[in-house]
Design a protein around this ligand. Sequence first.
Ligand code: MG
Length: 372
Amino acid sequence: MKQGFMKGGSCLSNLVESFENVTCAVNNGEPEDVIYLDLQKAFDKVPHQRLLHKINVQMLPGCCVFLAFCFLTHPIVTIGFLALYSVCTELMGLVGMEGLRNHKENSEGKYISPFHDIPLYAVIDKALFNMVVEVPRWTNAKMEIATNIPLNPIKQDMKNGKMRYVANIFPHKGYIWNYGALPQTWEAPCHKDPHTDCAGDNDPIDVCDIGSRVCSCGEVIQVKVLGALALIDEGEMDWKIIAINLEDPEAQLFNDIGDVRKYKPGYLEATVNWFKLYKVPDGKPENQLGFNGEFKDQNFAIEVIKSTHEYWQSLICKKIDGGGISCKNVSIDDSPFCCSQEEVESIVLSAPKYVKSSSIPDDVDMWYFLSK
Ligand SMILES: [Mg+2]
């Protein structure tokens, strides 16, 4: 008997259905195998950090470690997190932990900031970077690293007191890539991009993963950078890095932006339109694009990333004032914001457990037909 989260089904109906199968088999005199997992001992009697460490060492996917972490620290939050993937949404602060890094040498189960403590480079001097997934493909909730909250949990953006969702622009549903951020980067508002003369949007640099797998919120994946699009979002410089999940079965085919055009025809054009139009349903004008909306190549994209990484280094070492950005971290030794594990634990313990739940509004499924 397996009780799991199945698409379109509630936990309860899955359970009832499973029981129905078992009782029918018993009625017919057929044998039925049952595996009973008693997790009480694990959850209640083993120190949580040790348990998380063990889960991590077993190389479970980052999302599983993350869910286990959420369950142990914020059980109510976890229910909301799971609900995000089934019926309704209950958004909350999710605090990152080291287990999400997928780096063996750092699997001690410590709390971290996904903004500051996950290394930018997956492999130094190659086009391989770590990416923190914020919004899984085909979803609408605008999840993002909260730069102004200590330890920068991933949470849903709020606007006018309401959870923020992006509109569906025909023919798309939600985001058309796994969307997220490169850790340890910062589009500094004090820096005007030399190409577009626009100041940075004050966030880590954004990434669109064009891989075929739909990732989950909070997952850390390794990506190969392919190019960049210069979005000017309400006058701010907002680079969109195009990348592919290294684990994608076709990843070796993609080595520069031209390969996207070749192997995923229409995707880049759709990406331009998506970014131009995504705020139009909210009554905002079309976004502008630098370089005439042309994608820059891999080398250019890597230079942009390097530059944003340098601004982040200035930020984390307090050479530039980041205003409201929380720079608390646990791994940057020369940062005045580096804190002890005790301090970090007290931050996590005192963090609000969840934001009041609300179901997804009906209009999130609306389709907008906009003329080009
Ligand atoms: Mg941005």
